[in-house]
Structures are given as structure tokens and as C-alpha cells.
Write a protein that binds this ligand. Sequence first.
Ligand SMILES: [Ca+2]
Ligand SMILES: [Ca+2]
Length: 228
Amino acid sequence: MQKRSILTLAGIAIAMLGITTSTFANYYNYNRTTTYKVTVQNVTKGVIFTPVLTATHRNSVSFYDVGSPASEQLAAIAEGGDVGPLKEFLDGATSIVTATAVGEGLVFPGQSVEFTIEGDRWRDVFSLSAMLLPTNDTFVGLRNVRLPRYGKRTYRAVAYDAGSEENTEICADIPGPQCGGDGSPSPAADGDEGYIYPSPGISGEAELSSLEYNWADPVALVTVERMN
Ligand SMILES: [Ca+2]
Ligand SMILES: [Ca+2]
């Protein structure tokens, strides 16, 4: 009953503005899928990002929840930079995910990567994830942020520990150009923290230089710009 009266009021307001109902319908149906330009800048001193996975999706799902265990798919990104499993999962969830897009190549300190992604501006939020190199299981994350209705928005993204691998800081456990070690998913072990938490950074107690590789948040600036 209440819904109906709100609709009636809306109808009166439209009539008063001289807008026809077909214009009203067009306003909501016109160009539901919009293209966004995404720019991800690495603002660390010495860390490299693996290729960045992004998605536009409903707010009812998320890449990760701080304080909860990482999914296998997110752990594959955090431990090895492998976006394949999470991308495949998202691409299959067509009722809640509009699109995924991956930035090409590694993103070096100070550098940016740019790409486009489609999104439904009436229902979607935006998320992002990539591994930080050299770390055991640290990722940069943005979770369910708003797509800009107009123009662009810039977000500061911080680093999280996925909690799926102990922070040995030993190169044999860490893939990428600095270490060249193993990036395959680690079996569950006692040293795993077990849940996602804000990354403590590089301690420098093992093989990684804290001076060279440690960071302070934010680690990335992420700009999302509406193109049409
Ligand atoms: Ca860890
Ligand atoms: Ca590892």
C-alpha cells in the first residue's frame, strides 16, 4: 500500500515537471552498461604488482572479507599472482557479476596500468586485487567501492595479508623477478595466520630487505572514470 502511494507521488511529480512516462522509462533503460577507464598506479618505493584483476559486480558479493579466511581463488592471487581461478569463478557468476578485466603485465614502482571495464552503473560496485612482490601472500585490495555516476573517483588501496601462507620472507617461497621462488598454492601449515588482516609489511628478519621492499599504505591509487 505504501509502495503504491510513493509511485503515485512520483507520477504526480513527473507530471508537474512535464516529463512523459516514456522519457522516465528511457532515463532508466538508456545505456545501462557503461564503460569505465581504470588506472592503477603503484605508489610503493620497491614493490611490484602482479597483473591486476578487477570486476564490476553486485554489492552482495566480495573478493574478500577482512578477518575471515581467504578463498582458494584469492589465495592463488596473493601467493602466486594467478588471477585465473578468481576470474573464472567471477565470469561464471553472470547473475551477480557484470564484467571482469585484467591489467596487462607487472606494474613497477611509480608506474601505472590502464584498461577498461564494463559496468552497470545502477547496480554495480567495483573490486580489485593483485599480489605484491616480493611477499609470501600479500595483496592490494579494493572491495566493493562505488562506480562514479559522473566523471571519476580515485581510491587509495591498501595491502592485506591473505593469511594463507606464513611470512617466511625466504626467496624460495616467493615468486617474481626479485626472488624467483615458488608461487604455487602452499598447503595449509601451522604458520598460516588463517585470516585476512592488514599487512604488517616486510620485517626484514630473513632474506628480504625491509629498507628496499617495505611500504606504507596506501600502496596504490586507483582511478575509475566513466567514459560514456
Ligand atoms: Ca601471511
Ligand atoms: Ca609461497
